[in-house]
Ligand binder design. Structure first.
Ligand SMILES: Nc1ncnc2c1ncn2[C@@H]1O[C@H](COP(=O)(O)OP(=O)(O)OP(=O)(O)O)[C@@H](O)[C@H]1O
Length: 379
């Protein structure tokens, strides 16, 4: 867990600490996250995610401190009001002005900030291109799909030139199809723009696609805060107990096997063969390996249809219940365990039968690998 630092001489950071009561609910949360990329606030309904975001926006006033890149927005002696905080806020509902065109909606926030002489770091043309809005500019928000409306809402928030973008369940009101439509655009924003994002969600799949850093909350308190991959591969955390527990890992396309339609993907500490063409050699990809798709063997498996069996070492293990054990293994055959960390959910019976334990060398068999990061089609 990370506590906010008193002063910020290190890498630019978002430092947040809020405590107080709202009715019967008590919030007491402190975390520090990088002031770049996407930080997801994740936890069950009612754990305080929206309250933290409202505190950051200055819409909810609780005791505490907030600073971004050393610039203090709140501490014991000061509280900057909402309208003086350079934030963009995207809610579950797009809340566009129905009587204005998409273009006028986009420029609404832009005029208010750039018109006041604030520097323009995010330009309209760039936002239109990144969010695929060029064909929607003259349309009325009334005639847009839910996903299109949210893309406009994100664009409007970005054009207000925020130091920090706050997104509160921006996809929660969308159906699966619209979510799949908008997610690649958000991934692209993340790749191209430098504005940091605090992203509230209770959808772990969404978080895994977008987030670099994770803040886990439960009942108004911090459970853990850290880089996504570190928290995903901690078998003691509640996200490892979710049925869909798994890890997302950076990978590089290493080659193709056209005869069998496979792509070779390099991860830290190992190479996988994955069905399909995942792009040119050298392309960076993000893949997801679910804990339930990984099994462990003491010896190199023979006579198996599973293509991927890689040497690894068990780093830690945690019983999940009476039946299952969650193990974290590091890929690679060295002793150091420095390769990518993968979760394996195995039965307690197999764990005992193979006398598995942390520190042991094993072979991980990986049954399925999903591509997480998708390309977006040009507008
Ligand atoms: N102004 C308020 N007065 C009283 N209770 C409040 C107030 N605002 C929030 N709460 C309570 O605080 C708790 C946390 O709410 P919050 O909306 O922050 O949770 P959340 O994690 O965002 O939940 P969800 O995922 O369902 O949106 C809830 O129990 C909520 O009822």
């Amino acid at each position: 867990m990370t506590a906010p630092a008193a002063s910020s001489t290190e890498a630019p950071a978002v430092e947040a600490a809020f405590r107080g009561r709202l009715g019967t609910f008590t919030l007491d949360v402190a975390f520090r996250a990088p002031a770049r990329g996407v930080t997801a606030l994740f936890g069950p309904s009612g754990c305080g995610k929206t309250t933290v975001l409202r505190c950051v926006a200055g819409l909810q006033r609780l005791d505490g401190r907030f600073a971004i890149d050393g610039e203090v927005w709140q501490d014991a002696g000061s509280f900057r009001p909402t309208h003086k905080r350079p934030i963009g806020y995207v809610f579950q509902e797009a809340n566009l002005f129905p009587h204005l065109s998409v273009r006028a909606n986009l420029l609404y926030g832009h005029r208010r900030t750039v018109g006041r002489g604030l520097p323009e770091t995010i330009r309209e043309a760039e936002v239109v291109e990144l969010l695929g809005l060029s064909r929607l500019l003259d349309r009325s928000p009334r005639n847009l799909s839910g996903g299109e409306r949210q893309r406009v809402a994100v664009g409007r928030a970005l054009l207000s030139q925020p130091r920090l973008l706050l997104m509160d369940e921006p996809l929660a009101a969308l159906d699966r199809f619209s979510k799949d439509d908008i997610l690649p655009y958000l991934e692209r924003l993340h790749d191209v723009l430098s504005v940091p994002v605090l992203y509230v969600s209770h959808d772990i799949a969404e978080v895994e696609r977008l987030a670099d850093h994770l803040v886990l909350l439960r009942e108004g308190r911090l459970v853990a805060s850290g880089p996504l991959q570190d928290l995903q591969s901690d078998p003691a955390l509640p996200i490892a107990r979710m049925p869909e527990a798994g890890v997302t890992l950076p990978a590089t396309v290493a080659g193709h096997d056209p005869a069998y339609g496979l792509t070779a993907l390099d991860l830290a500490g190992g190479r996988l063969q994955v069905p399909g063409d995942l792009g040119p050699v050298g392309a960076a990809r993000r893949v997801r390996i679910a804990a339930s798709d990984v099994s462990l063997a003491r010896h190199p498996p023979e006579g198996s249809t599973i293509l991927n069996a890689l040497p690894a070492r068990i780093l830690a293990a945690e019983p999940q219940d009476h039946v299952q054990v969650m193990a974290v293994v590091a890929l690679g055959d060295g002793a150091g365990g420095t390769g990518a960390r993968v979760l394996a959910r195995v039965t307690r019976k197999s764990w005992d039968a193979l006398a598995l334990a942390p520190g042991q060398p094993v072979f991980v068999q990986i049954k399925g690998v999903a591509l997480v990061h998708q390309e977006v089609a040009p507008d």
